[in-house]
Design a protein around this ligand. Structure first.
Ligand code: 5CA
Ligand code: ZN
Length: 412
């Protein structure tokens, strides 16, 4: 499907380093220079809140740092445009689910453009890849990694589940490979995040749904495994496999996707190909508001589009979000914007005094060093603040570095 318009990114003199990035699967850091990026996209309803924006900015920073280091970036992202919460919202508000998904995806595109987030090369709606997902589920069934569970309320056959124990014993994947969680935490997160441990007939309570066979009143499509619709994790495995060579260099998203989503996407990907799914798993922290995780289900949202409509400069939103390290959990306060707005004005006055330059500057070197250090955007912002406070006129390269690496265009 159509992605969104790319911001123009200045090319800087010299070359940055590939980032030394924290990896959820090892609990340590390693230099990541592959450039094949898969980031989980939105479920298109109630988009785009500042939590979403924070997550996409984290991976936008990764893309900017990679490109500056000369790494070729290939970026794929899904939208979960058919799923239970989206269907429930559509029913509750009396809107056709397709219209809800299309309008929210459009809003997301325009929010990403306002925030100057580079678009994925492959922006893929799940409803556009139902057929390959059905084929993948059929292959998992044929290879013994999936099984059917009796589904009397379906009009089309039985649901299909993934067999985590079989995959754990016969492939390079095993439970905990990516999340490093214990059994108790896995069960808790599985229940909280869309799983169904209580479903009778499953081999393991943690086995995730691969294919939900058709029910009356629910959208469904014909497929190699009968009429129905995909389970959640398989969509990201199939879209990543379609567009990126394995292993994916970085599989990313917010930390609420560590388990079960990324664990199971990796399991499906490995069971389908025999290969390691991703060499690195990166997760951004959760943004809270009014004391709780900002989430569509709680409704405690601050949306990018509302701020922009009320006249807030999107660069100030970007600056306010990037002032937190991508891995930290933090709370948004409405006055967070005031600091960012004032800062942006100072940076603009600073940029207006720029003198033409062509060479690598001390500030550029400092920005590169902070960002290669696990994407330390607060460190990079503090470096710009020091340069601005010094009273010295910047080089035009300093101003372009802020644009290219932090995504904030401060020149006129
Ligand atoms: N469609 C799935 C992924 S396949 C999904 O999780 N959609 S979402 O709309 O719920 O979230 C989109 C992205 O925003 C995910 O990476 C999620 O981890 C992230 N996210 C959601 N809420 C927050 C939050 N409060 N703070 C930071 N990131 C968040
Ligand atoms: Zn995903």
């Amino acid at each position: 499907m159509r992605s969104w318009n790319a911001p123009v990114i200045p090319v800087l003199p010299g070359k940055g380093s590939a980032p030394d990035l924290f990896d959820t699967a090892t609990g340590g850091r390693h230099v990541t220079d592959g450039g094949r990026l898969y980031v989980c996209g939105i479920t298109p309803y109630d988009a785009t809140h500042l939590g979403h924006a924070n997550t996409y900015l984290a991976f936008d920073t990764l893309g900017r740092v990679w490109r500056d280091a000369g790494v070729e970036v290939v970026y794929a992202q899904n939208t979960t445009d058919v799923d239970d919460p989206l269907l429930e919202r559509a029913t509750a508000t009396g809107v056709d689910w397709r219209e809800l998904a299309a309008s929210q995806t459009d809003l997301f595109r325009s929010d990403m453009e306002h925030l100057r987030v580079s678009p994925p090369d492959h922006f893929v709606a799940v409803t556009d890849v139902i057929e390959p997902i059905g084929e993948a589920v059929a292959k998992l069934l044929a290879d013994g990694f999936a099984y059917r569970v009796d589904t009397p309320d379906s009009t089309a056959g039985d649901d299909v589940y993934f067999d985590v124990d079989r995959a754990g014993s016969e492939t390079a994947w095993h439970l905990g490979l990516e999340s490093r969680l214990g059994a108790g935490d896995m069960l808790r997160f599985f229940s909280e995040r869309g799983g169904d441990p209580e479903r009778p007939g499953k081999h393991n309570v943690l086995d995730p749904l691969l294919w939900r066979s058709a029910r009356d009143g629910e959208p469904s499509w014909p497929s190699a495994v009968g009429d129905g619709r995909p389970g959640w994790h398989i969509e990201c495995s199939v879209i990543a496999l379609d567009h990126l060579a394995l292993p994916v260099s970085v599989n990313g998203g917010g930390s609420d996707l560590i388990f079960p989503h990324h664990e199971m996407s990796a399991a499906h990907g490995t069971a389908l190909t025999g290969e390691t799914f991703a060499s690195h798993y990166a997760h951004s922290g959760m943004v809270a508001y009014q004391g709780e995780k900002m989430s569509k289900s709680l409704g405690n949202l601050v949306k990018v589009s509302q701020l922009v409509a009320s006249g807030v400069d999107a660069r100030a939103i970007r600056l306010a979000l990037l002032d937190h390290h991508y891995r930290s959990d933090w709370e948004w306060f409405d006055d967070s914007l005031l600091t960012a707005v004032a800062r942006l004005a100072e940076w603009q006055r600073w940029a207006a005094r720029a003198v033409d330059g062509t060479e690598v500057t001390p500030l550029l070197t400092e920005l590169r060093r902070h960002l290669a250090d696990d994407l330390d955007t607060p460190g990079a912002i503090a470096a710009v603040e020091r340069a601005v406070a010094s009273g010295e006129a910047p080089s035009s390269i300093d101003v372009e570095a802020v644009d290219a690496l932090l995504g904030i265009r401060v020149s006129a």
